[in-house]
Design a protein around this ligand. Structure first.
Ligand SMILES: C[S@@+](CC[C@H](N)C(=O)[O-])C[C@H]1O[C@@H](n2cnc3c(N)ncnc32)[C@H](O)[C@@H]1O
Length: 271
């Protein structure tokens, strides 16, 4: 399974012609994580990147990688993975998970803050950097994204997953919290005030602009969990495979992409 090299040009935030999921494998292979609405689209994009250099042992950095949901499968696929995370508990769970998977020697756990990434990781040393579900909680996303770009080798790739603003508005409204939905929709950074667990949420244009401002070329944008959070559990659980397939179909297509619970941006540091 291979895919063609990514196009040289970037992708507009409007998302024209962004999907290549139809060209990648439909199953994760023995080293991949289980495919769920939460992981299937991201894993497909990552897998396609790994398959560009099938024999290479890549240097991977997972910023805010938590307990290793992506780090351990990437290590099992033969790559060297460093996880930088602020939580000692998460890193302890990561180390246990890596040991159980037999890849402790390929996973390095570093306790640290994403805001201080530039002081933790050597510049231009990483082939693939992941930053999933982190930019919505850090103090300032722009310096973190700049640090992500700085640790990448020229030609290296970034996988960035952020919370979607539109989904949060729809979700609150559907649960009957119209006041919270209105606050979220009106708030400049997409939060529902001080009690919100997230510091910001993103739309496609804003997230793409954030990466572009750090010198990254955005190649692909997908929505993650377009439908999954909106469905009754009986439907999501009872038709799990069909849901994953439908999520994959909708992931790259506006307007579905743009109302997903999370937005996945795949970007590259120019060679
Ligand atoms: C929502 S979890 C996401 C975990 C993983 N990336 C994923 O997508 O499954 C957020 C992770 O980021 C870590 N985190 C939060 N703020 C951080 C910061 N400023 N620097 C480093 N890690 C941070 C948390 O400890 C947690 O493990």
């Amino acid at each position: 399974m291979t895919r063609s090299a990514p196009p040289g040009g970037g992708v507009s935030a409007a998302g024209v012609g962004v999907t290549r999921l139809d060209r990648v494998e439909q199953t994760p292979g023995p080293a991949g994580p289980p495919l769920t609405p939460r992981t299937a689209v991201v894993w497909s994009v990552l897998r396609a990147e790994l398959d560009r250099r099938p024999a290479a042992e890549l240097t991977v950095l997972d910023v805010g990688g938590g307990t290793g949901g992506f780090a351990v499968p990437l290590a099992r696929a033969g790559h060297r993975v460093t996880v930088v995370d602020a939580s000692p508990d998460a890193l302890a769970a990561l180390s246990r998970r890596a040991a159980e998977a037999g890849v402790a020697g390929r996973v390095r756990a570093v306790q640290g803050d994403a805001d201080a990434l530039a002081g933790l990781i050597e510049p231009a040393s990483v082939d693939l950097v992941l930053c999933h579900a982190v930019l919505e909680v850090v103090d300032e996303p722009a310096p973190v994204v700049s640090a992500l770009a700085g640790v990448l080798r020229p030609g290296g790739a970034a996988s960035v997953l952020v919370a979607g603003r539109a989904a949060a508005v729809l979700g609150r409204a559907m649960n009957g919290h119209l006041d919270v939905a209105a606050t979220l929709a009106a708030d400049p950074v997409g939060t529902a005030g001080e009690r919100d667990t997230l510091r910001r949420r993103f739309d496609v244009e804003g997230a793409a602009a954030l990466l572009a401002a750090a010198g990254l070329t955005v190649e692909e944008i997908h929505g993650v969990r377009v439908l999954a959070d909106l469905l009754p559990a009986a439907v999501a659980d009872g038709q799990a495979a069909a849901l994953v397939e439908l999520e994959r179909t909708l992931a790259a297509q506006p307007p579905w992409r743009d109302v997903a619970a999370q937005l996945h941006l795949f970007a590259r540091r120019p060679a």
